[in-house]
Design a protein around this ligand. Structure first.
Ligand SMILES: [Zn+2]
Length: 143
């Protein structure tokens, strides 16, 4: 599993997103488009993060101090919030991209060596766009 993969899996589902996942998606979408999120989006995300942090406790694991969610908290959105915060604070936000495929709204983390990943999936959006471009070019030439 790639780093932060669960965050991107959650924000890219087409079903109805929970309020928390919507908040995460709006922040990551703004980052992917290289624009600042709105003040409302930031405040909503901040208040959700503050709520999660009330459920964190310091633990010592293998001699290292770490933050962990209370063991009685069973909220996967909380985990997603903390993972998205980790991504935004410690990830390379320039690698957060939105697929330019027609009608595709997928946001992903480009973990490639040279940051050249353009499509959510080459086998889907990449090939569709390339074949459409090829078809358009070919049609123009044959006229
Ligand atoms: Zn795509």
């Amino acid at each position: 599993m790639n780093e932060w993969e669960s965050v991107f899996e959650a924000i890219n589902v087409e079903d109805v997103l929970s309020t928390t996942v919507q908040a995460i998606r709006s922040i990551l979408e703004a980052v992917s488009l290289k624009v600042a999120p709105t003040t409302d989006e930031v405040l909503r995300y901040e208040s959700l993060l503050k709520e999660v942090k009330r459920h964190q406790q310091l633990t010592i694991e293998s001699g290292r101090i770490r933050w962990r969610l209370d063991s009685n908290v069973k909220n996967s959105d909380y985990v997603l919030l903390l993972e998205s915060e980790d991504l935004l604070l410690h990830g390379d936000v320039g690698r957060i991209k939105r697929c330019p495929g027609d009608g595709c709204h997928i946001i992903f983390y480009d973990g490639s060596k040279n940051q050249s990943k353009k499509w959510c999936a080459m086998a889907h959006c990449g090939m569709l766009t390339k074949s459409k471009k090829f078809y358009d070019t070919h049609r123009r030439v044959s006229k």
